[in-house]
Design a protein around this ligand. Structure first.
Ligand SMILES: NC(=O)c1ccc[n+]([C@@H]2O[C@H](COP(=O)([O-])OP(=O)(O)OC[C@H]3O[C@@H](n4cnc5c(N)ncnc54)[C@H](OP(=O)(O)O)[C@@H]3O)[C@@H](O)[C@H]2O)c1
Length: 274
């Protein structure tokens, strides 16, 4: 009998990563749960196993390269193979640029969202190439296309991630390894617990456009089954991406008009009348 694929999911302790682990675990994938909060991962692994799935919780601070190596070695030792990497771990703080600290904010955010993600991808690549198949998936964002005031660091990390994935996809052409990117709009997760972020996710995003972690997890499953390369969810967010590409000044005008006052104080179109 053919063994089921082994999927590493980073940031599996909450939100999109957690829901993806549950969804893939229920579909028979062997899921490796990676994040810093090991207690949460162990609880999640218990839940997946109680539903008949296979799960391996492993600690990972993606900003520490030795932990990246330890994770990959532990997966090789346990399963002897790696089929799919879901690069999902991420962090966000949305401030004016002069409010970010030079080290704690700027360095850490780029380290988690961009550098660590690249290092982990590099670390698993030999396994995928040796097998001549497999998939690298990046949970990117519409913010990898559209620049938003106060998102400068997050935008930098996500634009950078898209550049990396585009190059890698072309580099790996003909190897059998698929490079996939998912570009969600706003998702209702712990990301939104940061007061700066919840302002955006819960107030600015109209209810019909706000995704659940389940929506994104199902998209990830589809991307695996169809070996798709680029998916925007919800689909109509392509309009924002096209507008940014073709009418950037209009997009800038809309953002400044509806999201910010002249003196730089943030407010939203919904809060404006209050
Ligand atoms: N929510 C949105 O609106 C939205 C929209 C588009 C794209 N995304 C992307 O979706 C991904 C998942 O976000 P989410 O919404 O599910 O947020 P979330 O619930 O806050 O999850 C973030 C995950 O990343 C992990 N993480 C953070 N720092 C880490 C580190 N140094 N090392 C290892 N893991 C780390 C966290 O685990 P630990 O704290 O346990 O380490 C957590 O499991 C992110 O890449 C985000 O950019 C989110």
């Amino acid at each position: 009998m053919q063994e089921s694929p082994v999927v590493i999911i980073t940031g599996a302790s909450s939100g999109i990563g957690k829901q993806t682990a549950l969804t893939l675990g229920a579909r028979g994938y062997r899921v490796v749960l990676a994040a810093r909060r090991l207690d949460r991962l162990e609880e999640l692994a218990g839940q997946i196993r109680s539903e008949g799935g296979q799960a391996l919780p492993l600690p990972l601070d993606i900003s520490r390269v030795e932990q990246i190596n330890d994770l990959v070695n532990a997966v090789r030792k346990e399963f002897g193979r790696i089929d799919i990497l879901v690069n999902n771990a991420g962090a966000a703080r949305h401030l004016w640029l002069d409010q970010y600290s030079l080290e704690a904010d700027i360095q850490n955010l780029l380290q988690i969202n961009l550098v660590g993600m690249i290092q982990l991808t590099r670390a698993v690549l030999p396994d995928l190439l040796a097998a001549g198949e497999g998939q690298i998936i990046h949970i990117s964002s519409v913010a990898s296309w559209v620049g938003i005031p106060t998102y400068s660091l997050y935008n930098a990390s996500k634009f950078g991630g898209r550049g990396f994935m585009t190059s890698l996809r072309r580099e790996l052409r003909g190897t059998g390894v698929v490079v996939s990117e998912i570009f969600p709009g706003s998702v209702d997760t712990d990301f939104a617990q940061d007061p700066q972020v919840s302002w955006k996710a819960r107030t600015v995003t109209p209810a019909f456009a706000l995704l659940s972690p389940q929506d994104v997890a199902e998209t990830i499953l589809r991307v695996i089954e169809r070996r798709s390369t680029r998916v925007v969810v919800p689909w109509f967010m392509w309009l924002a991406i096209l507008a940014e590409a073709h009418f950037p000044r209009l997009v800038g005008w809309v953002l400044s008009k509806y999201f910010y006052t002249k003196d730089g104080v943030r407010y939203t179109w919904r809060q404006r009348g209050k």
